[in-house]
Design a protein around this ligand. Sequence first.
Ligand SMILES: [Zn+2]
Length: 159
Amino acid sequence: MALRRAHIAHIAHAAYVAHDSHGGHATEGSKANMRLAEGIRRVGFRKWYERQLLQSHGHLVLTFLCLVAVFGALEAMRGTLGWAERVEELATLVLCAGAGLWALRRYLLLLNHAELAASQAECPQCKTYGRLELVQSDDSGERVTVRCRGCGHGWRIEV
Ligand SMILES: [Zn+2]
């Protein structure tokens, strides 16, 4: 039982650290949620999209780990006798459930964001996908004017 608790605490800690890493420690280049305009300018649309998907699925994995931890804590609670231990398990459970919900929400947000951009990344004129350069962007960095690298046609992408 002690071993399992240590395991759960470890997952909870990992979730906490992952959560914390979004708090602004990241350097500009590896920013968790790179704005569309910034992404196109720095790494190009396709790479930006790829990164958004990777980050999104990282959060899905985290959601799954939290779910495992929640069930682990539930099972551990059934096996414990003392109230102190139960409170400890309950705290772990609440922490993991919270982290899991946060990760799930983050997964969906990042995925939606990436897909919304991808659905507008095809050149309306020559149908080339994702080969575009940034012309201008509003302050949010999420409404941009781009130009096709193939035919020079310009259009807007809003996410
Ligand atoms: Zn084009």
